[in-house]
Every structure is written in structure tokens, then in C-alpha cells.
Design a protein around this ligand. Structure first.
Ligand SMILES: [Zn+2]
Length: 401
């Protein structure tokens, strides 16, 4: 539909109107507990401008201010926090075995509201309970819920699940999680969202180019550049687990041969131990990792998986040149359990010129909450725009506010 000329003008006016407000809200999100004085300093705002912006945001229920503890220097200031009646987002983390549903305000801190374990991995058994939890949260919070964001252990293309070797799905429609009319539904790959969270707020905060690699069932990850994950042309990028770093004699559930997935996770460890493929490869891998101190066979199998992980990491570092690498899920426990093999394979796989100064490889800081944090961030990115704030203002000022 063509945009009428008047609409274009009003959007441009909104740009200017909301610019300062968005900058202040972004600071509040970046650093929960930040003071108005600190935000003014960082944004180069006068005390008067900062006070004017925050009082307007208070009036719109976009933030609350409480007196900050007095310091010896400077004038009294306030701590910026989400308004108790302000906008909310719902974030869902949909994993192989279970799900969690959280709510977050504009500071981006997810509070888990409901959890469950899948009865089976059939799409209806997975989606039904999650949709009911989302409905309950929407009923409780009404139109304060501005977006619903789902992190799913699946490949996402054009905002839809197209395949999940982890859940055994082909294309699955998640639209039931937010039936019309409702807030927008945003769907993202779990490892991509966890990487986004590590790059913005986790172990790699402050780095411009971040490679995140995680091992759950298979390998996932993303390259985050300037706080944005690289999604590719259709949104389906970052499927590192399906690089052919594995044995070409092995067929991956994704349909390809020789995937890295099969060389690193619980399935790889089981194969090395001569055991059948586990139904829950993550739990299987955790148990094998816990046995390594006293079980030489488990230690050797874990060592081979850690070698597979590090070889692939070296390849990704050669190709993508990250400033920092973060390891999520079982990647860090694999490195910790088989340090010598991991280091030898990583160094051996790096190009010579990189070896004196390889990027730091850090354990992810957000643990298993990374995907949930990333889902919240994506939802708030959607809410904290000129259009998002203008819609919220209209709702607050409207007859039903
Ligand atoms: Zn594959």
C-alpha cells in the first residue's frame, strides 16, 4: 500500500520528537540502574534537557525515577527504571526438551513466568502449551504487551520456522503464539539470539565483531557485527553446525552429509563410546562430561568431540576474523574437560599469522539464559523505535488508555 504524503511528513516529525527519548531509553536498557546524570553526561545533554526528556517519559509511563543515593560531588540525581505501568514484551525460549516463557519491561530483564516440558516433540504438543502460557500473560498484562519474541531451536527463514533437526520438524507455523489481532510475533534462532545477547550485554559486550558458537544438540551460533547478527539474504544464516567439518560418511538429520553437528555433540560422544544415538544428546553429553575424571573411555570420547569443536572454531576464526569468540552451552564444558586437545586443535587450525594474537575465546556470561535475553532484546528493538513509541503514546492518550 502506498504511503500518503502526509504520513511521510508526520513520520519525519516523529523522528525528531523521539530521538532524545529513544537515546535515554537505550541507555536505561544498556545499563539497568543508570542515573539521569550519567545518561545526560554520556549523551551530551544539558541537565535541563535531560530533565525535560525524563519527565515526558514519566508522563507517558515509559520510565520511573527514584532518588539516587547522595554522593559527595554533584547535584542530586535519580535512578532511571521501567515504569510500573509501562510497555512489556513476552519472550519464549523453545528448546529441544522444554520451554520457558518470560516477561520483560524496558530494562530488558526477563522474569520467567511459566515453564514446561514437551509431552512429545510433535508440533501441536510443543506449541499448544506455549500458546496457552502466552495467552495467560497477555490476559494479565493486556495492551501493555507490545511484542512477542520467540527463540526456537530451529532454522528460521523470513521469520518462519523452516526446519529443525533438533525438534524433528520441517516447516512449522508458530502463528498460534500470537493470533490476530495481537502484538507482533518475532521468531529467531536460539543460538543467533544467544549470540546477540553475549555481544550486547554478555561476555563480549563492547566488542564490534563477535563470533558466538554454542553446543546444545549440534552446533549453533552467529556473527554479530555492530550489535546486529548477520542473518544472510533470507534470515537463515548462521547455521554453523551444518558446515561440512564432520565425517562425510555420516548423514545429518538436516539432509546434508558430514555436518559439524555430528562431530561435536552428545551424538558424537556416544558414537565414540560405541553406544547408540541418544534420544536426548544434551543430557547424554552432560553425563559423559561429568564422568571424565574417573572414566578414561569417556575422557577419550570427550577429547575427540572437543577436538572437533576446536578445529571448526579455528576455521570460523580464519574465515570471519572476530575480535572476540564466546562459547555457549556445552562448548565451554567441552573445552574445560579436554583443554590440551582443544588448544592443540584450535592453534593447529589457525593460519600462522593469527597465532601470535588469536581472538580471546571466552565462556558465555549469560549461560542458558542467553537465548531468552536475545529474544527480549529483539522484542525491545521493535518497541523502542519512533513508530513503537508513537503507537504507545497513542494508546496512553487514547479513550481506552
Ligand atoms: Zn546438517
Amino acid at each position: 500500500m502506498a504511503t500518503p504524503p502526509g504520513r511521510v511528513r508526520s513520520v519525519r516529525a516523529a523522528d525528531l520528537r523521539w530521538r532524545g527519548a529513544l537515546a535515554v531509553l537505550d541507555e536505561m536498557r544498556r545499563e539497568p540502574g543508570v542515573t539521569r546524570a550519567a545518561v545526560a553526561r554520556r549523551l551530551g545533554l544539558s541537565t535541563g534537557s535531560a530533565t525535560e526528556i525524563t519527565s515526558r517519559l514519566r508522563e507517558l509511563a515509559l520510565l520511573a525515577e527514584t532518588p539516587a543515593a547522595a554522593t559527595s560531588r554533584g547535584r542530586p540525581t535519580s535512578v532511571l527504571a521501567p515504569h510500573p505501568e509501562g510497555p512489556l514484551v513476552i519472550a519464549v525460549d523453545l528448546r529441544q526438551e522444554d520451554w520457558r516463557c518470560a516477561i520483560a519491561a524496558l530494562d530488558g530483564e526477563p522474569a520467567v513466568a511459566e515453564t514446561g516440558t514437551h509431552r512429545s516433540r510433535a508440533p501441536e504438543d510443543v506449541i499448544g502449551p506455549v500458546a496457552r502460557a502466552v495467552r495467560r500473560l497477555r490476559r494479565r498484562h493486556g495492551r501493555r504487551v507490545r511484542a512477542i519474541s520467540v527463540a526456537v531451536a530451529a532454522t528460521v527463514q523470513h521469520g518462519r520456522v523452516v526446519q529443525s533437526s533438533v525438534l524433528g520438524w520441517d516447516a512449522v507455523d508458530l502463528a498460534a503464539l500470537s493470533p490476530d489481532p495481537g502484538p507482533p510475533l518475532l521468531i529467531g534462532n536460539d543460538a543467533t539470539l544467544a549470540g546477540l545477547a553475549e555481544a550486547r550485554r554478555g561476555a563480549a559486550a563492547g566488542a564490534a565483531t563477535v563470533l558466538h558458537v554454542t553446543v546444545e544438540v549440534g552446533v549453533g551460533g552467529t556473527l554479530v557485527v555492530g550489535g546486529r547478527p548477520l542473518h544472510g539474504a533470507t534470515g537463515a544464516g548462521g547455521e554453523f553446525g551444518h558446515l561440512p567439518f564432520g565425517d562425510p560418511g555420516l548423514r545429518c538429520p538436516c539432509g546434508a552429509r558430514g555436518c559439524w553437528d555430528l562431530a561435536v555433540d552428545g551424538r558424537a560422544i556416544a558414537r565414540h563410546l560405541g553406544e547408540p544415538p541418544p534420544r536426548d544428546p544434551r543430557t547424554y553429553a552432560e553425563r559423559a562430561l561429568s564422568r571424565t575424571p574417573e572414566d578414561p573411555a569417556a575422557r577419550a570420547a570427550v577429547g575427540r568431540a572437543a577436538t572437533g569443536l576446536a578445529r571448526g572454531l579455528a576455521g570460523l576464526i580464519n574465515a570471519l576474523d572476530p575480535a572476540v569468540v564466546t562459547l555457549g552451552g556445552l562448548a565451554e564444558p567441552l573445552r574445560a574437560a579436554a583443554g590440551p586437545e582443544f588448544t592443540a586443535a584450535l592453534t593447529g587450525g589457525l593460519m600462522r599469522f593469527r597465532r601470535p594474537h588469536p581472538p580471546p575465546v571466552l565462556a558465555a556470561a549469560l549461560g542458558r539464559d542467553g537465548a531468552l535475553h536475545g529474544a527480549v532484546m529483539t522484542a525491545l528493538d521493535h518497541v523502542l523505535t519512533e513508530e513503537g513509541l508513537a503507537a504507545w503514546e497513542a494508546l496512553r492518550r487514547g479513550p481506552r488508555a
